[in-house]
Design a protein around this ligand. Structure first.
Ligand code: NAP
Length: 488
């Protein structure tokens, strides 16, 4: 089975912030990979824009270096880089001034998709949106791409939405949550709605609880300033974990259509109960004195010895609707944990009665959907332990790794940015957050943060390389449950 790349019509893509970190690490290498896959037709143009006065040559050199640094060797097709660089040009443009805009407008000719990627801080979104319109660059085929963080709270998200709405219709705004571009995240929908097997059991009658874990081994690195203001709740839960929660909990949309899918996700967010303060555990990583080579603790890394920003959070959420009433959703995410792993575990209820007697023990089915790494699905089933001497039961995994099941050609190695950028060009908004979705997510997040702030909560320490603070285990144990392991 071979992953197919369907070419898109020639387009113009303007990247504001083309000299920045995101453009160099993600956007430009993603475009190069799509070029190598044959998805960018000859004639497609990528126009880099930022204030720096770079010549065409200097910009192309910067892109060449970025591609070489951030595209794995196996993904580079020999001899393709020169052709890709020919698609690129650069214009010095100031989002807040007039320099560069007439030249940019003069380049925007012809009837083709014009995508404007705002890879700049959100404070520039309004300036860019206004000038794109003022300089007459808006056509029927104009699309606007904006990056996370989309706001810092509900008020700021509303203000950003209002600013964009002054100039553009919602149908042309593409808010990126790169988690939605991951192959396995989309597979969540297919596993649920493409198979008869799971959906009849997908409710509080059969599901005991669901765990969503996004564990990282990296720390805050060079993003300390941003992270101090955000923390794990704003950086990960409000967007990425919320999206996973929506996909795992939503009702089947009538069709796989952008608004049908996003309507169902929105209903999940709106049905979320407020989280009780004692259902939240915040943590902060500390250095391991026995293994100092593993690195500094969070406070040292961000240079704030009194920081109370969480680098870890675990919480219990409830969705008040017919399907999920009574089924807890446990969410956790953290940095500098024992392994990098994003996984959703659906733990089914115990069989109502064991015909094998109490000594056989309690056994339960768990469906684990691994998003990264080693994408795949495992279903834990109970079987008889082999051998004579009575009926002893044992849990074994029915394990499917997508890489093995689909063969070497079957794995779509496209990363999230490749897929999302091509969806922008194709005009498919399914994998992008709608404005009301983002606002609803903040409306749920804000009181959670206000709650711990009013209590003066201090994050619990956890050692680098651990599974998180002990209190997160207690959160589960109080409910007579336990977290599944964090395995690479
Ligand atoms: P960055 O490295 O600071 O780059 C910012 C870019 O904006 C630079 O190219 C800068 O170039 C340009 N710029 C700044 N002021 C400008 C102005 N007045 N007019 C035109 N261009 C201007 O930031 P980044 O890390 O790439 O992040 C960009 C956006 O993506 C941010 O909103 C960030 O939160 C988001 N994001 C980043 C990442 C990531 O991994 N980096 C991940 C997710 C989301 P000049 O200085 O030459 O103008």
């Amino acid at each position: 089975m071979k992953a197919r790349a369907i070419p898109v019509d020639p387009f113009d893509l303007v990247i504001f912030g083309a000299t920045g970190d995101l453009a160099r690490r993600k956007i430009l290498p993603a475009l190069f990979k799509r070029y190598c896959a044959g998805q960018m037709e000859p004639g497609a143009r990528v126009i880099g824009a930022a204030r720096s006065e770079l010549s065409q040559e200097e910009f192309r050199n910067l892109v060449r270096e970025s591609v070489e640094e951030f595209t794995p060797e196996r993904a580079r097709r020999p001899g393709m880089l020169a052709g890709f660089l020919d698609c690129l040009s650069y214009l010095p443009v100031d989002a807040r001034g007039s320099s560069g805009w007439p030249e940019l407008a003069a380049m925007m000719t012809g009837d083709r998709v014009r995508a404007f990627y705002f890879s700049v801080g959100p404070s520039l979104f309004g300036d860019l949106a206004r000038r794109i319109r003022e300089y007459g660059m808006v056509t029927e085929q104009t699309r606007i791409v904006v990056e996370k963080p989309f706001g810092h709270d509900l008020d700021s998200a509303r203000a950003l939405n209002a600013t964009l709405a002054e100039h553009f219709d919602e149908s042309v705004i593409y808010r990126i949550d790169h988690y939605l571009g991951k192959e396995t995240v989309q597979n969540l929908m297919v596993v649920r709605f493409g198979n008869m097997l799971f959906e009849p059991l997908w409710n509080s009658q059969y599901v005991d609880h669901i765990q969503i874990t996004v564990a990282e081994t990296v720390g805050v690195g060079g993003r300390g300033d941003y992270y101090e203001r955000a923390g794990a709740m704003r950086d990960m839960v409000q967007n990425h974990l919320m999206q996973l929660l929506c996909l795992i909990a939503m009702e089947p949309p009538a069709k796989f259509d952008p608004d049908a899918v996003r309507d169902e996700k929105l209903k999940v967010i709106r049905a979320l109960d407020a989280v009780k303060p004692h259902h939240i555990v915040r943590g902060q990583y500390v250095a391991d004195p026995t293994q100092p080579q593993l690195g500094q603790g969070y406070r040292e890394e961000v240079g704030n010895p009194r920081s109370s920003t969480e680098s870890y959070i675990a919480l219990k959420a409830h969705i008040s609707n017919w399907r999920w009433a009574g089924t807890p959703f446990y969410l956790r995410t953290g940095k500098r944990l024992v392994a990098r792993s994003s996984v959703i575990n659906v733990r089914f209820k115990d069989a109502p009665h064991s015909i094998f007697g109490a000594e056989a023990g309690q056994h339960s089915n768990v469906l684990s959907i691994r998003l990264q790494p080693n994408e795949g699905i495992t279903l834990q089933v109970t079987i008889k332990e082999p051998g004579p001497g009575g009926m002893r039961l044992v849990d074994v995994p029915l394990d499917m790794s997508f890489a093995e099941a689909l063969g070497p050609d079957g794995r779509d190695t496209a990363d999230a940015y490749e897929r999302l950028i091509m969806d922008v060009i194709r005009g498919n908004q399914t994998l992008f957050m709608r404005g009301d979705e983002v606002e609803a997510a903040w409306a749920w997040t804000d009181p959670v943060i206000a709650g711990w702030q009013s209590l003066g909560d201090v994050p619990k320490p956890y050692t680098i390389g651990s599974t998180g603070p002990l209190d997160a285990d207690l959160l589960m144990r109080r409910d007579e449950r336990r977290w599944r392991g964090i395995n690479p």
